[in-house]
Design a protein around this ligand. Structure first.
Ligand code: GLV
Length: 336
């Protein structure tokens, strides 16, 4: 009998087709995520679940699914929506989609950095509203980029790809803050690993690329913004709660920093009435960094591969919790 799976949103066809060929698939076709109660209902009796970053996968959901659940495949590189410990404790494998959205996300970080530093969106609004009357020698002055200092928070795949672009394209000096050294960044870009305060105090541009966890939640708060240069630009393409959004608004209003470019907010979506959106020096995109044809297709393929591998008790292509292996339900179910 084909394994039962729940897929919580329509993902690119290349992934769905693969899942459909091998599984009894229940697909949530609404453009909005399944409400919590619906999600809890739909996962019952499933062997596998394909989730998005908008679905909270916690102990309650895993228990509701039942003992037959062997794999959760997240259609995202980030997995802060999943309680990994709860999954591991229950013998459930968790997969994600790293690597295939690195370039797309780094491109977006650079796009936001440029847009915020050179006031592109503010200028667009100015044009639309009919305020453009003449060429202004003193108007719309932004920040220079060439030869400036870039601070990367989280020098993983995406941090490195962003740093490469800005070091090679704009000759930026690279500082980074990470719990682990990144030798490739140090050797190829001359990047220097520094403590958080040194990065805040010296960087002209700061781009966030770290996971969201207890150690990074609220990392950018009033205290951090006070330490940054008044000309600094902050870019966040990682997760909204790494930045205390109210404190960011304060920093932008007070001129503690120059501007911000965000692809992620807290919460998502941000309330359209949120006063942050009224500020001229912030650019906010609706969490679209991985939204390119190649990235989304590859994410769908990997998410499907992870799901199918998990169902068959094979190692996941991208396995968030390989430590589950010795007590993985997929193994136990097969041998019992
Ligand atoms: C998107 O934010 C992802 O984690 O893939």
């Amino acid at each position: 009998m084909a394994p039962r799976v729940f897929v919580s949103r329509v993902i690119p066809e290349i992934g769905l087709r693969k899942i459909q060929q091998h599984c009894d698939m229940d697909l949530w076709t609404d453009p909005l995520p399944p409400p919590r109660e619906e999600l809890l209902r739909r996962v019952q009796g499933c062997h596998g679940i394909l989730t998005l970053l908008t679905d909270t996968v916690d102990a309650e959901l895993l228990d509701r699914a039942g003992e037959q659940l062997v794999v959760v495949s997240n259609f995202a590189v980030g997995f802060n929506n999943i309680d990994i410990q709860a999954a591991t404790q229950r013998g459930i494998a968790v997969g994600n989609t790293p690597g295939v959205l690195t370039d797309a996300t780094a491109d977006m970080a650079v796009a936001l950095l440029l847009a915020a530093a050179r006031r592109v969106v503010e200028g667009h609004r100015y044009t639309l509203s009919g305020q453009w009357k003449t060429w202004e020698p003193l108007g719309h002055i932004g920040q220079d980029l060439v030869g400036k200092t870039l601070g990367i928070v989280g020098m993983g795949r995406i941090g490195l790809a962003t740093a490469k672009r800005l070091h090679r394209g704009w000759d930026m000096k690279v500082l980074y803050y990470d719990i682990r050294p990144n030798l490739q960044a140090e050797q190829e870009l001359g990047a220097q690993r520094v403590d958080f305060d040194t990065l805040l105090e010296n960087a002209d541009f700061i781009s966030i690329h770290t996971n969201l966890d207890d150690s990074t939640r609220g990392l950018f708060n009033r205290e951090a913004f006070r330490k940054m240069k008044s000309t600094a630009v902050l870019v966040n393409t990682a997760r909204g709660p790494i930045v205390v959004q109210e404190d960011l608004r304060w920093a932008l209003e007070q001129g503690e920093i120059f501007a911000a470019g965000l692809d992620v907010t807290d919460p998502e979506p941000i309330d359209p009435q949120d006063p942050l959106l009224r500020l001229p020096n912030v650019v906010v995109a609706p969490h679209i960094a991985s939204a390119t044809v190649t990235s989304r297709n590859r994410m769908a393929e990997i998410a499907a591969q992870n799901l199918l591998a998990g169902l068959e008790g094979r190692p996941l292509v991208a396995w968030v919790n390989p430590e589950v292996e010795p007590h993985w339900r997929a193994r136990k179910n097969a041998s019992s």
